[in-house]
Write a new protein. Structure first.
Length: 293
């Protein structure tokens, strides 16, 4: 199903005719209970999101940052100024909006990436070739996904996806991609999950993407007959597992990111590949917030 058809269906549920993914406050992308998701509005909010990233990536996952960023308690890079920053806020927390940020995602739109030399994940995977094979499509890169430990629930992951989906509809995105990370720098520790991905989810044909040759690490670590699908899915990070349920594919080969202490795979999700039941579920929700009063 094309973005245009999805949008047409949502507009039938949106008699107010407001832009998709926006509420009366113009930027609310989703709400579940006390949690809300929207794009950061100010530099202070982006700074607070970078502080959340520091707590997760540096303090918890032992990523490496420069001395100045460590002093400030922020995880920052040059791509931050090019991206929109999706936030998850817990409105039940007392304090300023910056104190309510419990999760974040970084979104880089096609035209912005092309104007500034490409996509972040192009440093690990051959995404430039992927984009070049689809000149008629608009891509969006997802990155720097993180959630504070006490909020790592199905509800929060669902809200992050809901925000990405509404944003994609708003900007008429045709396909999304980004790195999905396993903890640690030893791919062999994730042999079951990586082998399952290799045998069952590697993108083929026009969507095929390889890890860059000098970074390529084998994912085919176990024969297919030795892979227990249930155990493999159970061992995966929730975000990667969630993307698979939506209909995502993965690139060929993993990459070890020493600076972030992770083993990365490339997630590729054409909008047209998303399961119809998820389009209906998230599409309807995006339409609900588009017409909220």
């Amino acid at each position: 199903m094309s973005v245009e058809l999805i949008e047409r269906d949502l507009l039938l549920e949106n008699p107010a005719g407001m832009p998709l993914g926006l509420s009366a406050s113009r930027d609310l992308l989703g709400r579940i209970g006390s949690l809300e998701t929207r794009i950061a509005r100010t530099e202070r909010e982006i700074d607070a999101a970078q502080a959340v990233r520091y707590r997760v990536f540096v303090e918890e996952m032992k990523a490496q940052v420069c001395v100045e960023d460590a002093r400030r308690g922020r995880e920052v890079d040059s791509w931050d100024s090019l991206c929109d920053h999706l936030l998850v806020l817990d409105r039940s927390i007392d304090g300023d909006t910056e104190d309510q940020i419990v999760g974040t995602y970084r979104l880089l739109r096609h035209e912005v990436a092309i104007a500034h030399g490409g996509f972040y994940s192009g440093s690990e995977f051959g995404v430039n070739a992927l984009v070049a094979r689809h000149p008629e499509k608009r891509f969006m890169e997802l990155g720097r996904s993180c959630v504070l430990p006490q909020y790592r629930t199905k509800r929060t992951v669902e809200l992050l996806w809901q925000g990405c989906w509404a944003y994609a509809l708003q900007h008429r995105i045709d396909a999304m991609f980004g790195c999905g990370s396993f903890p640690g720098t030893q791919p062999e520790e994730h042999a079951l999950a990586l082998s399952f991905l290799h045998h069952n989810a590697v993108a083929k044909g026009e969507w095929a993407v390889d890890a860059l040759p000098h970074l390529y690490r084998e994912m085919d670590l176990m024969p297919s007959e030795a892979v227990n699908a249930r155990r493999a899915l159970f061992s995966m990070p929730p975000l990667i597992k969630g993307y698979l349920r939506l209909g995502a594919m993965v690139g060929n080969g993993a990459v070890v990111d020493q600076a972030f202490n992770t083993t990365d795979v490339l997630i590729i999700l054409p909008i047209s590949s998303i399961s119809g039941r998820y389009v209906n579920y998230y599409g309807a929700d995006a339409g609900r917030f588009a017409s909220a009063s």
